[in-house]
Write a protein that binds this ligand. Structure first.
Ligand code: ZN
Length: 186
């Protein structure tokens, strides 16, 4: 950030009074421009025993497979964002269930949240940001071609929990969470 979004003056970086971190400060109009992490919200769309994945048509990680997910928009909840992204990227209407995983990605200045989601039909289609969309059995998951560590970790947790019967209805499920390190690669 170089110029003030309010008045277009050149910004300076300093610690404001009563603060403990450096911020972008406008000496001309007095505004302080805070920068904070962004939420990436997505779903684990399940149809029967299969999971729906999208192959990315955009960078980063063009051509790699991901769970449908994207940046949360202003004015929506995380679960609404997850349903919206699933419809936009995978053309699938899902019934959003409970929050399943929360992954901090400090080096990317992001927090990733994935919801369990049920597909009531096998209707889906590739949206603008997807090359293709497909349902996968667990044995068919393209583990070596996944786009992001958060997607890989969420799928690993999901299949392990499902095998252990923890995803059966009626079970109280706690949110799976951890921090992703910069060194993590698919
Ligand atoms: Zn200003």
């Amino acid at each position: 950030m170089k110029y003030c979004p309010n008045c277009a003056s050149v910004l300076t970086i300093k610690i404001p009074v009563d603060d403990s971190r450096e911020r972008y400060v406008c000496e001309a109009c007095g505004s302080i421009h805070y920068q904070n992490p962004r939420n990436v919200v997505g779903s684990i769309p399940v149809y029967g025993h299969q999971v729906l994945l999208c192959r990315r048509a955009i960078e980063p990680r063009h051509g790699y497979w991901t769970l449908p997910a994207g940046f949360m928009e202003l004015g929506e909840s995380t679960s609404h964002g997850a349903a919206r992204e699933t419809l936009e990227e995978a053309g699938a209407h899902v019934e959003i269930g409970q929050l399943y995983s929360l992954l901090n990605v400090p080096h990317a200045e992001q927090v990733h949240l994935f919801y369990l989601a049920t597909m009531h039909s096998a209707d889906f289609s590739a949206g603008e940001e997807s090359l293709e969309v497909a349902l996968f059995d667990e044995q068919e998951i393209p583990w070596g071609e996944l786009a992001f560590p958060t997607v890989k970790q969420t799928l690993e947790w999901f299949f392990a929990d499902r095998a252990a019967g923890l995803l059966d209805s009626g079970n109280e499920l706690s949110v799976r969470s951890r921090d992703v390190l910069p060194s993590e690669r698919i």
